[in-house]
Design a binder for this molecule. Structure first.
Ligand code: AMP
Ligand code: MG
Length: 350
């Protein structure tokens, strides 16, 4: 009898102990989940569009994978719409017409922005270099690098068919007309614009999403890493692939780099690359790369291209470009670094 009682008591004790353990377990996990918020996990999507590799790294409570697909589709939509090599693009339509072409609102706004950037950079950024870029053979992204240097006569002739003064933009009727056989090339602004659109569309879906979108080295931040930390971005050493010359720390905004290592060919010991000085018709000299941090990717993209063209006057670029909205790191032809004071702030880990 006593033995049986003591056995039952032992059983009850065991059950009570187990309940106690489970209780502690639940309590602990509740405390942990309250005090230690698990950081969001990031979904990564890579794909080829905008003539380059694009990477989307995003975290959203509304579904990271779906959001990354929405973003990629938006990048691709813009690529197809503004690619001068796509016969169905709006740019092809404008370039092949000698008459007025009616524009949708998006195209009008982008073209208007491109022409204004051309003005404020004294023509260093020039969205009308379509003919020159084709002459040099840098228009076909998918094909191998060109190797032929056009003659100075050919260049001189083609420059007569370039220039923002040959673009008539009619605000009232929202239409454009190209004169003197000029053709548009928005390669220096479209990537940045696409990244800004990616940001807008991502925030429309989930205003709290975080991550970044990268297109060929240009980056638009969607939100800080894990909600509070900066993203660490390496600025490429122009002469050493896979090696960073410095790092920047961004929680928002955008960064873009224009470099002579992106698309180029070498003849003799001269490097012929894809960023042109509109005054000479030859690849711009004076820089190996120009990196610009700005609030928006469009500004960063344009100013990095324009800063590259203006690189011989690097003092002007690093001092004055912050007034246009961009902080600059310019690496000159000798590999020497020149930076805006505001750029060095981004190089400090916070
Ligand atoms: P990015 O790599 O952003 O500097 O853009 C370079 C692309 O912009 C080239 O591949 C051309 O399509 C175009 N481009 C080249 N030179 C210029 C220029 N001076 N102004 C505007 N766009 C340019
Ligand atoms: Mg650019």
């Amino acid at each position: 009898m006593w033995k049986k009682d003591s056995k039952n008591l032992l059983k009850i004790n065991r059950v009570v102990f187990l309940i106690f353990l489970v209780g502690i377990g639940i309590g602990l996990s509740l405390v942990i989940s309250i005090f230690v918020r698990t950081p969001p996990s990031y979904y990564e999507h890579t794909g080829f569009t905008l003539g380059t590799y694009c990477r989307i790294v995003v975290s959203s409570k509304k579904g990271s994978k779906t959001l990354s697909e929405i973003i990629f589709n938006e990048l691709d939509r813009i690529y197809k719409k503004f690619d001068p090599n796509n016969p169905n693009s709006v740019i092809s339509k404008i370039n092949t017409s000698t008459d007025w072409v009616d524009l949708d609102e998006e195209t009008f706004v982008l073209l208007d922005a491109a022409l204004k950037f051309s003005q404020i950079t004294d023509g260093a950024f020039d969205p009308t270099l379509g003919n020159l870029i084709r002459l040099w053979g840098f228009d076909r992204i998918s094909e191998k690098m060109p190797t032929k240097i056009p003659s100075s006569n050919e260049i001189e002739e083609i420059l007569r068919h370039c220039g923002a003064d040959k673009v008539e933009l009619d605000n009232r009727m929202r239409r454009v007309r190209l004169k003197d056989g000029v053709t548009l090339d928005l390669g220096g602004i479209a990537k940045g614009y696409a990244l800004d659109r990616a940001y807008q569309i991502a925030k429309e879906v989930d205003s709290n999403c975080t991550g970044f979108v990268e297109a060929g080295g240009d980056i638009r931040i969607l939100g800080p890493k894990f909600g509070s930390r900066p993203w660490v971005i390496g600025v490429r050493d122009p002469r050493k692939a896979d090696s960073a010359i410095t790092y920047i720390y961004l929680k928002d905004g955008a960064v873009a780099t224009s470099g002579d290592y992106e698309r180029y060919f070498i003849v003799g010991d001269i490097r012929y690359h894809h960023i042109f000085d509109p005054r000479t018709g030859y690849p711009a000299v004076g820089a190996q790369s120009v990196t610009v941090v700005a609030r928006e990717a469009t500004t960063a993209d344009v100013l990095s291209t324009a800063g590259f063209v203006m690189a011989p006057d690097w003092e002007y670029v690093v001092l004055e470009y912050p007034r246009l909205g961009g902080s600059v790191l310019l690496i000159d032809q000798e590999g020497k670094l020149h930076r805006s004071t505001s750029f060095s702030i981004y190089e400090q880990a916070k």
